[in-house]
Design a protein around this ligand. Structure first.
Ligand code: ATP
Ligand code: MG
Length: 140
């Protein structure tokens, strides 16, 4: 089987979507392998989004991820990297399909930078991100 890194971003936690999001991943048949709340230090957010470091919105993105607690998760299941991205929906919540997490829950702020949830975009990213967020004491 395969695993992926899923993170409920500060807006998703603050708006009370943690239970709803976990329920969707369980209903899909995935298995929860890691779970924690976390106040993200700037260095971790910067490393997580290192591929976007040249983007004009990078500073705002890092600040937003560190603006309140996130919920970090590892989910396991057949094809979970791809199916999670499908369940999450398009980056901009205003463009994500109804039925997706961002499409259903993400449009409150109508901002691409406030889109409730993160999901790894490949197996390679998933393993890198799991090591980053769950390395150390609670290593998975
Ligand atoms: P994520 O990696 O968070 O799951 P994604 O893979 O759908 O999202 P990326 O292209 O990896 O999208 O962008 C990472 C995050 O950067 C987005 O989720 C969004 O919050 C933010 N972002 C992307 N594009 C913009 C933009 N044009 N303006 C502001 N923020 C943006
Ligand atoms: Mg991404």
């Amino acid at each position: 089987t395969e695993r992926t890194y899923i993170m409920i971003k500060p807006d998703g936690v603050q708006r009370g979507y943690v239970g709803e999001i976990i329920a969707r991943f369980e209903r899909k048949g995935n298995v929860l392998k890691g779970l924690k709340t976390f106040q993200c230090p700037k260095a971790v957010a910067e490393e997580h989004y290192q591929d976007l470091s040249e983007k004009p919105f990078f500073g705002d993105l890092v600040e937003y991820i560190c603006s309140g607690p996130v919920v970090c998760m590892v989910w396991e299941g057949p094809g979970v990297v791809k199916s999670a991205r499908k369940m999450i929906g398009a980056t901009n919540p205003l463009e994500s399909e109804p039925g997706t997490i961002r499409g259903d829950l993400g449009a409150f702020y109508a901002l691409v930078g406030r889109n409730v949830i993160h999901g790894s975009d490949s197996n390679e990213s998933a393993e890198r991100e799991i090591a980053l967020w769950f390395g150390g004491d609670d290593e998975l």
